[in-house]
Every structure is written in C-alpha cells, then in structure tokens.
Design a protein around this ligand. Structure first.
Ligand code: ATP
Ligand code: MG
Length: 409
C-alpha cells in the first residue's frame, strides 16, 4: 500500500490538517472510516495546494455530521440527498458524504444509490485521476487507495474514464473531461477520446439545470476559452445546443475577452457564444440551460446590442451613443465590442463602458425643486436633459448645471 502522508501534509495548511484530524477522531468514536477523496487527492499528488476538502465516510451514522461540526466549532450548512453534508468551520467548506454504490437505470437519469464500500464509491467516479482516496483515519493516515491507477495516469498526463459506458451514464462528464485536460495541461487518453466523440450526443439526456451547472463551470475555468475550443474540436459543443458553434471570429473575440479584467468574464463568454444566434435560438438556449435571469438577460441584451451595430457605425454624438446603449448589461456590450473589434461601433461601445456610463449630474431632484422646478414629471425630464448636456460636455460645473436649469424655467 502506497502512503502519501508526506505529500499530503505538504499541501495542507494547518487549519485543514487540524480539521482532518478532528473529523477522523469523531468518525472513530462512531466506528466509521474516513477518506479524503476526489480533487483533493489529485491536487495533492500534483503538488497543488488542496482547497476543497471532500470526505467520504464508510459507516456513516446519523450523529456523525453534527458531531464533526461541533468538534470543528462549525456548523452543518446543508444536507442533501444521499447523506451528503456540507460543514462550514473556520471559514472552510467541508463536504462529508456517505460512501455509496450507484447504478444507472437510464442514461442521464440520477443513479440509484445505496450505501457502499470505499471501492464502490471510487468506482462510480468520473475519471481515474479523480477516483483515488486517502485514508485520514489515525492508524492508516496517508494510505492511498488507487484501484484504477489514477496516480499513473496523472504522471502520464491522461484523463481516462473508468469504463466504456461512463459518458452514456452521465454525459456531463464530457464537459468535465475537457475541463480537467485543459486545466491540468494533460490529454484525453485515446480510447476515452474515442468514446467521448461517440457519445457526445448523450448530452441530450442531461437535465437543463445539471447541464447549466457544468457548462457554467466550464465558463468559469481559468482557461475557459481553451476548454471551449477543445469541446468544439471534440464535437461536444453543438450537442449542448444545436446553435452553439465556434467560428474563428468568435474564438478571437473570446481570446480578447480573456485579457479583460472584467469581473464577470464567464458572462462575456456566454454572450459571445450566443452572439450570432437568432432570437428564437437564443430563447431555446436559455430554456435548454435553464439560465438564471442574469444569464438570460446577458444573452438577450447581446441580441439587442448586435441589432444596434449599424446605427453605431454612423457618426454619433456622445449622448446618442449613451441613449442607444444605456439599458443593456455591461457584459453584452463588452461582448459586442470585442467581436466587432476596432470598428467605429466597438469604439463607441468602449467609450460608453469606460466613460459615458459613469457620468452623473451633480444636481439631483431636490436641487431642481429648490431651484423652482415644480414637483412632478418635469423634474425627471429636466434631469435627463441635464445628463445629456453633461455627457455632451455642454455643461461642466455645478454652476453650469444651475444656469442650464434656470434657462429652462
Ligand atoms: P474541481 O477542482 O473542479 O472542484 P473536483 O475533482 O473537486 O474538481 P468536483 O466537481 O468538486 O470536482 O467533484 C468532486 C469529486 O466527485 C470528483 O473528483 C469526482 O471524483 C466526483 N464527481 C463529480 N462529478 C462527477 C460525475 N459527474 N460523475 C462521476 N464522478 C463525479
Ligand atoms: Mg471540488
């Protein structure tokens, strides 16, 4: 049995280590065994810091999660199906799950779940590199369980499924495969790639919310653009939705988006991927991925902004640009600017985002009333005119604004 205690200790900070010891101690009292599983083991073996702690418990008891939370001075924040618990302690998130045995009755459906051994729990996982467990119990701390030779695949740089039906059982693994390959700079093992291409159409069997979650995880990856590119090359983008494709022009815009410092880069990617869709294709994409209202708005706005590009190609005043675009979300405007790279329209969009959007009048509604504007709709109309004058640099100071209002009374 390989023991990776030293490797593991090097990648855990003191808080995590103390928490692991605490979990193991409580589990022992309950007669249960505990293992660190999945990404934590993979990342520790790669010499990467271990961020999320995922624990699998063999012999879960009903009192164990609360006992662990108490021992760590934390609390159980979620309890989901199949005896899976989330614990928050010392600002950390810990997942505690019962070891389980799964069987799939139908592609894409949720599996049938019963309590299982640690070996059965590892056998239900997506890839060999994610199907390793390390004991954290006191007597065997650091013992590595690696029934599918995940460590060898990590060293050889291969993403490999555990069996030939894997993508049919759960086609979200197609998106996951590309994420790990790109993130870790490794490749799909040849046979895995072959069956991934064969089974890409099984993405159809995935429910909208699961597909959205995995798709958004792709868009939130550090190297999202390369992941999208890989999915496209594998023929796995179109099965997510038939209208999704990746032109050279889109890829270039995605690469430019990657360089921006915008906080919601994933939304810009979403806008870019949907930018050439028709109105009805956009609606069906929103439904297929059960997108949130923010995400749907970004996609819809992209269509509206794209429709305004001919107008934006004309020579417009600053306020005309503002009035043309002001109601649309930032991500959609940025996406359209990036794809119409350096044209007059894209310059206008960037001007809006960088400058025009941030311009405010110094006077407010109360100030206008104090200057003698009657209460009512006229206040709003004049404030709007004042803003437009500000944007066009016709008024610059507070006194200019007062003069502007008084001239209209
Ligand atoms: P990441 O750094 O992306 O979070 P991770 O390995 O921690 O990587 P999670 O999505 O957090 O990935 O899942 C934790 C573990 O659960 C995985 O390592 C894998 O063993 C298992 N897993 C997750 N999703 C699936 C799936 N669709 N099919 C099979 N196993 C899965
Ligand atoms: Mg994780």
């Amino acid at each position: 049995m390989t023991n990776i205690a030293t490797t593991l200790l090097a990648q855990l900070d003191n808080t995590s280590l103390r928490q692991l010891r605490g979990i193991a101690a409580v589990a022992e009292i309950h007669g249960a065994q505990t293992y660190l599983v999945g990404g934590a083991v993979r990342d520790a073996l790669l010499g990467l810091p271990v961020a999320d702690i995922d624990i699998t418990v063999v012999g879960m008891t009903s009192g164990l999660p609360r006992g662990v939370a108490r021992a760590l001075n934390g609390r159980v924040v979620a309890h989901s199906q199949f005896n899976t618990f989330a614990i928050n302690a010392a600002g950390r998130h810990i997942d505690l799950a019962m070891a389980r045995h799964e069987s799939y009755t139908q592609p894409g459906a949720l599996p049938t779940v019963v309590p299982g051994t640690i070996q059965q729990d590892l056998a239900r996982r997506d890839f060999t590199i994610n199907a390793m467990a390390v004991s954290i119990s006191t007597g065997s701390f650091g013992d590595l369980l690696d029934p599918f030779q995940g460590q060898a695949d990590l060293e050889a740089g291969k993403v490999r499924v555990l069996h030939d039906e894997s993508f049919r059982d759960d086609a979200t693994r197609i998106l996951r495969a590309a994420r790990y390959a790109v993130r870790l700079g490794i490749e799909l093992e040849a046979h895995t790639e072959q069956i991934l291409r064969r089974d890409a159409s099984y993405l159809d069997t995935i429910s909208p919310s699961r597909l959205r979650d995995e798709y958004m995880r792709v868009l939130r990856e550090g190297r999202a653009v390369s992941t999208i590119e890989m999915l496209h090359t594998l023929g796995a983008l179109r099965p997510v939705h038939p209208a999704l494709t990746l032109s050279g022009e889109m890829l270039a815009a995605l690469r430019r988006a990657e360089q921006t410092t915008h906080a919601d880069t994933h939304l810009i990617y979403l806008c870019l991927l949907s930018h050439s869709l028709s109105q009805s294709e956009r609606q069906s994409l929103i439904i297929r991925l059960a997108l949130s209202s923010d995400q749907a708005e970004a996609i819809n706005d992209t269509g509206f902004v794209a429709d305004r590009i001919p107008e934006l190609e004309q020579e417009l005043s600053r306020s005309e640009i503002y009035l043309c675009l002001r109601e649309f979300s930032e991500a959609s405007i940025l996406a359209c600017a990036l794809i119409s790279n350096d044209s007059a329209a894209s310059q206008s969009m960037m001007l809006l985002l960088d400058e025009l959007r941030h311009i405010r009048t110094t006077l407010n509604g109360n100030d206008l009333v104090a200057l003698g504007v009657p209460q009512g709709p006229r206040v709003g109309v004049l404030l709007h005119e004042l803003l437009v004058a500000r944007i066009d640099n016709e008024v610059k100071t507070r006194q200019d604004e007062i003069d502007f209002i008084q001239a209209r009374l």
